[in-house]
Every structure is written in structure tokens, then in C-alpha cells.
Write a protein that binds this ligand. Structure first.
Ligand SMILES: Cc1cc2nc3c(=O)[nH]c(=O)nc-3n(C[C@H](O)[C@H](O)[C@H](O)COP(=O)(O)O)c2cc1C
Length: 311
């Protein structure tokens, strides 16, 4: 008689406000949940002071300094996960101002992360508007510091595309309504079909966890796990730099509720919108104009940012 395969232990660490990311994780993890030889545990991150949803405008802008400067936030001390070690950790996160969301940063800075992630394969799943490259760079740096090995990365982005989601995503997080909105502004968020198709990542994980093949960086290759919008690479770098410098000024004025940060946030909002309306199209235009000269460099960048799973 065949011996039963040993049980694979999977831990899912996640934080979502509207539940969109949780639905993507649910779809991805279904193949593992349905497999009696896999045990899936969940660690939901809960900030001690919950972040609002929908976000008041000034509070929303005031989240950028703490996001970009990796300040973290106190998390409710959850019950510890059932086990000290897992065969795989799945980290599901949203992007906040080109950084992992503040609760996820707090987890990555915690002793619990040090214990759970050291010498452990990790896959990351992002669901965000469409600017996740610099956030994933930060997550990669945390994972390296913690001694974890990133074996897969998938990014689900808003279906309406770059230009429309510049309006629809803020409208969603500031109003709580997904749309569609007036003047033909389409619905915000990741498409239902992209969420449903995330189960292919779970199937690939199950094959590696249950089979003879190692769980390595090949696991999500060839599955279209990410799409690199190379027109956004320069914009993300410039915006990160700008958030960083302005963020220092905000932090010098006190915490997110300090009165001085309220007028500053309104001034910054005008600056930010001007930046987005100028820098993003200008860098996209330059990229298009110089595309023939930049072809090799762009190919290198796409390979770098799409690592480890590829486009
Ligand atoms: C404070 C804040 C900042 C955000 N910044 C970004 C960003 O820089 N890039 C991006 O692609 N999406 C950004 N988003 C959109 C989120 O990544 C995400 O799509 C949205 O909040 C819904 O997530 P949820 O359904 O899991 O709660 C931001 C959202 C919030 C609330």
C-alpha cells in the first residue's frame, strides 16, 4: 500500500481593507485547501488603530510619509500561528504609496516575521492599482534580511488600465464605491476573471508541495504571473524619491494627526496631482521616443522586475 504523502504546511499572511486581496488569495489557495495533504493556516494582520475605509482625503494623503519611510504601526498581538515553521509562507499585500501597506511593513519588521520566514520559501501576491514595482523591491529587501527565499511573485492590477485607474482607484478608496463613475470613468479594482484565474498559482504550488520537484523559483514561471508596464519604471523611481523627501518634512511636523500636517497635506495633494499629470506622461513619452535606443536596457529592466516568476 502507498504511504500517504506527508502534510504540507502553508501559512498565509495578509491584510486587505475591502477584501479584494482576500478574494484573490481565496481563489489562489482553493487548490491547496481542497487537498487533504495540505494544511493552510491564516495570519490576518490587524492594526491596533484600524485604518479608515473609505479614507478621508487628508488622512489618505497623510498616510504617505509613514508608508514611504517604512514606519510600520502597532499590530494587535494575534494568536501565534499554530506552528513555528511552515513549508511555504504566502504574503498577500496591497501597495500604499509605492510601498507595502503599513500593516504589512509592520509585520515584516516584527520578531514573528523573523521566526516564521527564516530559511522558508515565500511567495508574494499583490492586488493593487498598477504601481507595485518599488513596493516589491522593498519586500524583496525585507525577505533577504530575514533569510527567506522568494520563489514566486504575482501581481493582479486594476482592470481599467493606467490612465483610467488614476481616477477610479482614488475615487474608490476615498468614497468606498467601486463605480463605474460619472463621465465614463470605469469601475475600479481587479477584474473578477483575473481573481478567478489566480487558482492557477495554487495548482502550481500544490504540485510542488506534493510532488518530487523542489519548490523553487520555477514554480510560477510561464503562468503570466506579472506584467511589467515599462513606462511606469521611471515614474515610480521619481515618485519614490519625491515621497521620500516630502515625507521627511511631514514626519518632522509630528504624527499623522498633527494639525500642521493637515494644511501641508492639501498643499502636497496639489503638488502630487501636478506631478502625476506631468511626470507620468512625460516619462512615458520620453520612453516611447527613445524606445529603439533603450530596447536592451528596457528588456533588462523587465527581466529584473519580473523576477522570479516572469511575465
Ligand atoms: C493609502 C493608499 C495608497 C495606495 N497607493 C497605491 C500605490 O502606490 N500603487 C498602487 O498600485 N495602488 C495603490 N493603492 C491601491 C491599493 O493598492 C489597493 O488596490 C486598494 O487599496 C484596495 O485594496 P484592498 O481591496 O485589498 O483593500 C493605494 C491605496 C491606499 C488606500
Amino acid at each position: 500500500m502507498d504511504k500517504p504523502a506527508p502534510t504540507a504546511r502553508v501559512l498565509v499572511v495578509h491584510y486587505s481593507q475591502t477584501g479584494q486581496l482576500d478574494r484573490a488569495l481565496e481563489s489562489m489557495l482553493r487548490p491547496l485547501e481542497e487537498d487533504p495533504a495540505c494544511v493552510v493556516d491564516y495570519l490576518r494582520l490587524t492594526p491596533v488603530d484600524p485604518y479608515p475605509f473609505p479614507w478621508p482625503l487628508v488622512r489618505f494623503i497623510n498616510a504617505f510619509p509613514e508608508s514611504i519611510h517604512d514606519c510600520g504601526c502597532p499590530l494587535v498581538p494575534d494568536e501565534n500561528p499554530r506552528h513555528d515553521r511552515y513549508d511555504l509562507v504566502v504574503l498577500g499585500y496591497q501597495v500604499w504609496f509605492l510601498s507595502p501597506s503599513i500593516p504589512v511593513t509592520a509585520f515584516l519588521q516584527s520578531d514573528m516575521a523573523r521566526q516564521l520566514l527564516a530559511d522558508t520559501p515565500v511567495v508574494t501576491l499583490v492586488a493593487c492599482r498598477n504601481m507595485w514595482l518599488q513596493a516589491q523591491e522593498k519586500v524583496k529587501a525585507h525577505l533577504r534580511r530575514l533569510g527567506a527565499s522568494l520563489v514566486g511573485h504575482a501581481a493582479l492590477v486594476d482592470e481599467s488600465g493606467s490612465a483610467a485607474s488614476f481616477l477610479s482607484t482614488p475615487l474608490w478608496v476615498l468614497s468606498g464605491h467601486k463605480g463605474p463613475f460619472w463621465f465614463g470613468i470605469p469601475r475600479a479594482g481587479v477584474s473578477q476573471s483575473d481573481i478567478a484565474r489566480a487558482d492557477r498559482f495554487g495548482v502550481a504550488l500544490r504540485e510542488r508541495l506534493r510532488g518530487d520537484q523542489l519548490l523553487d523559483t520555477g514554480v510560477w514561471q510561464g503562468l503570466g504571473a506579472v506584467h511589467i508596464n515599462d513606462k511606469l519604471i521611471a515614474s515610480e523611481k521619481i515618485a519614490t524619491r519625491s515621497f521620500y523627501v516630502w515625507g521627511k518634512l511631514f514626519l518632522a511636523c509630528g504624527g499623522p494627526d498633527a494639525w500642521l500636517r493637515k494644511p501641508l497635506a492639501l498643499i502636497y495633494a496639489v503638488f502630487l496631482i501636478t506631478m502625476i499629470l506631468t511626470v507620468v506622461p512625460a516619462s512615458a513619452l520620453l520612453k516611447k521616443l527613445f524606445a529603439p535606443l533603450l530596447r536592451r536596457r528596457t528588456a533588462r529592466q523587465r527581466a529584473y522586475y519580473s523576477w522570479p516568476s516572469g511575465e
